[in-house]
Design a protein around this ligand. Structure first.
Ligand SMILES: Cc1cc2nc3c(=O)[nH]c(=O)nc-3n(C[C@H](O)[C@H](O)[C@H](O)COP(=O)(O)OP(=O)(O)OC[C@H]3O[C@@H](n4cnc5c(N)ncnc54)[C@H](O)[C@@H]3O)c2cc1C
Length: 371
């Protein structure tokens, strides 16, 4: 009987999982009794790590999933997943084939911007977490002469603010964060970022909590206001709630809880990878939502699924961090080198060499997914 592996989500994790499973099971083990289907809402692969570039008016290369899957034997279904029926072991879709039964499920639906965090953010702010978000931000930014404010000074917020400041040199770009700027970076790294923002004339507001987003800008928790023509919400990601609705074990945010082999702790026929998985890295800390972890998690999930089909348990997943790469426009950047647990060491790479390094890593990631 054919064993059907269904992978949900063709981002970094899902694509790596589907291609990895095909390589391991169909090509190497010659398992003709295995069928692999990859389900994704869009027909193209979205290079999420470049979405701030798209938002600032740059073009992204087109990467049709059909091309990335050519020759692998993986079937592609372009449809939106609306539900997972865990009891029936079936996935419900918004378009044909509507229902898809599975024997093994890989859950890799990624994340989106957490615009539900404060009132008004969903209505008045634009995010940069999905292709549609980035296109919307590109339109808004291009059609205003006024100021732009980015809420959230994590990696995505910093990269987006810097990219917009480079694309629109005459505009006022502000970066607002509830916490301390540069948390998680070394002292040298944080200092470099501050100087870089200064050089671009960007204003930074730390320790500033946003209570609401209104049509005219931000309303702060202390009662103050920051007027803005365009508000970018980059203060955190949320994940789809399909795993929770299906009854799979999830954490408080809805990330699917997995063991050290990326297997669901509640449903052994289910695996998860990428942003939507509650996995743990070195020292037991939750993994950082990143392509840096999503891609190896996807590749590992393929290994774990292949092992489960032959009744084996693979060695536990071992993730280790090496750097955090932050682009500051197209010609500047900060590479913060880290320990395996993602904590910063004093070593950094800055300026053009860092920008070139990040570009090389980003291109190499797509090359790895092509192979
Ligand atoms: C602007 C920006 C810059 C970033 N820069 C970096 C960086 O420099 N380095 C780094 O490591 N990380 C970076 N990240 C984070 C990184 O992009 C994510 O962590 C990574 O994309 C996660 O991979 P994933 O496969 O889990 O999810 P995704 O890449 O989000 O893929 C999920 C896929 O699932 C699909 N999907 C979702 N819901 C459904 C549904 N209901 N039905 C069907 N399909 C669905 C989506 O369309 C998507 O194709 C950045 C993120 C952003 C937004």
């Amino acid at each position: 009987m054919t064993h059907h592996i269904v992978v949900l989500g063709a981002g970094y994790a899902g694509l790596a999982a589907a291609k990895g499973a095909a390589r391991r099971l169909r090509r190497r083990a010659r398992r003709d009794d295995v069928r692999i289907t990859l389900v994704n809402a869009d027909a193209g692969f979205v290079e999420r790590v470049r979405l701030h570039q798209l938002a600032a008016g740059r073009r992204l290369q087109s990467l049709p999933l059909s091309g990335l899957l050519a020759g692998t034997g993986v079937e592609l279904v372009v449809a939106r997943v609306t539900a997972v029926d865990a009891a029936a072991r079936a996935v419900r879709l918004d378009s044909a084939p509507y229902d898809l039964g599975y024997d093994t499920l890989v859950y890799a639906l990624g994340s989106a911007a957490d615009t539900g965090a404060v009132p008004g953010a969903a209505a008045h702010a634009t995010a940069v977490a999905t292709y549609r978000d980035a296109v919307r931000l590109r339109e808004r930014a291009a059609h205003t002469r006024g100021s732009l404010v980015v809420v959230g000074a994590g990696l995505t917020g910093i990269e987006t603010a810097a990219e917009l400041a480079e694309a629109y040199p005459g505009r006022r770009v502000r970066l607002v964060t509830a916490g301390e700027f540069g948390a998680g970076l070394s002292e040298r790294g944080a200092r470099y970022l501050r100087l870089a923002l200064d050089r671009r004339g960007m204003a930074l507001r730390e320790h500033t909590r946003v209570a609401e987003v209104a049509a005219h800008g931000l309303i702060l928790a202390d009662g103050g206001e920051i007027p803005a023509d365009v508000v970018v919400w980059a203060a955190g990601f949320r994940v789809p709630q399909l795993a929770r609705a299906a009854g799979f074990a999830v954490d408080a945010r809805g990330l699917l809880t997995v063991d050290a082999t990326l297997r669901s702790v509640s449903h052994p026929e289910v695996f998860a990878a990428g942003d939507a998985a509650a996995a743990h890295g070195p020292g037991g800390a939750a993994t950082r939502m990143s392509c840096q972890t999503g891609l190896p998690m996807g590749a590992y999930a393929a290994r774990s699924v292949a092992a489960s089909l032959s009744g084996r348990t693979p060695d536990p997943l071992r993730l280790r961090y090496v750097w955090q790469n932050i682009s500051l426009g197209r010609r500047d950047g900060l590479t913060q080198f880290t320990r395996a647990d993602d904590s910063p060491v004093p070593a950094v790479l800055t300026g053009r060499p860092s920008a070139r390094f990040k570009e090389t890593v980003t291109k190499a990631t797509v090359l790895a997914l092509r192979r």
